[in-house]
Design a protein around this ligand. Structure first.
Ligand SMILES: Nc1ncnc2c1ncn2[C@@H]1O[C@H](COP(=O)(O)OP(=O)(O)O)[C@@H](O)[C@H]1O
Ligand SMILES: [Mg+2]
Length: 238
């Protein structure tokens, strides 16, 4: 039996912003199914790693999508190849309605409107509401829905539960779990209870490098390791 090819392979990724190196040497492989968590303290380079993969910031090193090099491609070509992005700060159009936000995200002939509507009934009810007037949780759902409306091969999702009320965290978590049955997700997440519920594998970044990879469950179950790698108690963060 041969192991399935990783959907994403990152080898020696280095990124810089305005001449300043923010990712030193990130190397990892991501399986073609399920959710892979990217963990690490604030400022270690998690967001920059995602932005480097997408070519949004200057990068060097090898990035392969399903075995094919994408590190030489401009961002729009990477997106066309099926990489969706849910950025840390959501980046939805606040002066447009929910429906308009989703329509603008559609880039394929058969957008998955029904799938998204089933996943986020709240958004269907609010389709004519200006996105800027939604709650933080609803805005996050719009942002995730914008990525899911296309049939992507890989989703990069950056801190989707940040700043949300516990009930909404649960809703967003459940939506990501359902979504992950159709597309592999690389998830940056600081809420370790969410990581515990969603992630199969985890990649821990420290100081711009990968300092640990393994089963998410094993990392979270190991209190010493969690404290050493993340500087938190798994239970305290739950
Ligand atoms: N626009 C920017 N200009 C300069 N430095 C930045 C910028 N964005 C991030 N950085 C720096 O890059 C490093 C990694 O940041 P980031 O990738 O956002 O970390 P994380 O997502 O893990 O919190 C940090 O030291 C941060 O200060
Ligand atoms: Mg970040």
């Amino acid at each position: 039996m041969t192991a399935a090819q990783p959907i994403l392979t990152v080898q020696g990724l280095r990124c810089s912003i305005a001449g300043q190196q923010v990712v030193e040497d990130v190397t990892f492989e991501m399986p073609a199914t399920g959710i892979t968590a990217v963990l690490g303290r604030n400022g270690v380079g998690k967001t920059s790693t995602l932005r480097g993969i997408l070519g949004l910031i200057q990068r060097r090193g090898e990035v392969r999508l399903d075995g094919e090099r994408i590190d030489g491609l401009p961002t729009h070509r990477i997106v066309q190849r099926g990489v969706g992005y849910v950025p840390e700060d959501r980046e939805i159009f606040s002066k447009l309605t929910v429906a308009e936000n989703l329509a603008l995200a559609e880039r394929q002939r058969a957008p998955r409107r029904e799938f998204v509507a089933e996943l986020f009934p709240d958004l269907v009810a609010r389709r004519d509401q200006l996105a800027g007037t939604l709650s933080g949780g609803q805005q996050q759902m719009v942002s995730v829905a914008r990525a899911l409306i296309n049939d992507n091969r890989l989703l990069l999702v950056d801190e989707p539960t940040k700043g949300l009320a516990p009930k909404i965290v649960t809703e967003v978590t459940e939506a990501l779990r359902v979504a992950s049955e159709t597309v592999p997700i690389l998830l940056v997440e600081q809420n370790l209870e969410v990581v515990r519920r969603l992630a199969d594998t985890a990649v821990v970044i420290g100081g711009g490098r990968v300092i640990h990879t393994g089963k998410a469950q094993e990392i979270l179950d190991d209190e010493d390791l969690t404290r050493r790698l993340l500087g938190v108690h798994a239970e305290a963060a739950a």
